[in-house]
Design a protein around this ligand. Structure first.
Ligand code: PGA
Length: 261
């Protein structure tokens, strides 16, 4: 197995905000506020990304340009183009300036019946478009109660992460389903166990690429718990839902990496 500690020393964390089905044109001001925070002169110490709803993507893209605030999509189709009413391809997202696409979020898995096999194909489509796939995995509360968490994570990893995945084109987000939007988080030890397991599994399969891949924690991350969650070994950033909707709240999480508070 790869020497993960040394390989990981230079990983730049990622804090990504997933707006889900929230945000109207009036919300563009939040992007402006984030840009103002980022223009403050200091390196935030992490990559910062926003994934607004599809309706706002091109307006955000015009605002963000090539600046420090990165843009991502929340989902994509497996195909590049075609008769797919209502869908968006990874190539289209790349075309308007997205750098990444979230795939396999638990809300897509549960609301739209997305399987590991489908998530795998979507992640492949994201790679083929030259973008980063943010591949989400996580156990339900019932699965955790039955002691199946690591089995579920292993199955989702094996089934959802394509063979060409590496540190440059993939990020894995561990999001316990029961922690999303609930205000509840796993214990620090539970997060450490899950992330350690994910790291080992990826390193065993993908070698140094798996050892260097960024692993995000997601599920009720907020400014008040970000410090302790982001300090856990093998946690290389956060995927943030509710607390990313307001720039000031989101900045409070990003500041975890600035090392000046
Ligand atoms: P939350 O959502 O931060 O609102 O819990 C996280 C997510 O679903 O990515």
């Amino acid at each position: 197995m790869a020497d993960t500690a040394n390989i990981r020393a230079n990983i730049r964390p990622l804090v990504a905000g997933n707006w889900k089905m929230n945000g109207l044109r009036a919300s563009l001001g939040e992007a402006d506020s984030l840009l103002a925070f980022l223009a403050g002169g200091r390196d935030p110490g992490c990559d910062v990304m926003l994934c607004p709803p599809a309706t706002l993507l091109s307006m955000f893209a015009d605002r963000l340009g090539d600046g420090p605030l990165l843009l991502g999509g929340q989902d994509c189709h497996t195909d590049e183009k075609g008769a797919r009413t209502g869908d968006i391809s990874a190539r289209m997202l790349a075309d308007i300036g997205c750098r990444a696409v979230i795939v396999g979020h638990s809300e897509r898995r549960s609301d739209h019946g997305e399987s590991d096999a489908l998530v795998h194909r979507k992640a492949q489509a994201v790679h083929d478009a030259g973008l980063i796939a943010i591949i989400c995995i996580g156990e339900t509360e019932a699965e955790r109660d039955r002691g199946e968490t690591l089995d579920v994570l292993g199955r989702q990893l094996d089934g959802s992460v394509p063979a060409d995945a590496g540190a440059g084109n993939s990020v894995v987000a561990y999001e316990p389903v029961w922690a999303i939007g609930s205000g509840r988080t796993p214990s620090l030890g539970e997060v450490a166990e899950a992330h350690g397991f994910i790291r080992d599994r990826l390193a065993a399969r993908l070698g140094a690429e798996g050892a260097r891949m960024r692993l995000l924690y997601g599920g009720s991350v907020k400014a008040s718990n970000a410090d302790e969650l982001m300090a856990i070994e093998n946690v290389d950033g956060a995927l943030v839902g509710g607390a990313s909707l307001k720039a000031a709240d989101f900045w409070g999480i990003i500041e975890t990496y600035r090392g000046d508070r």
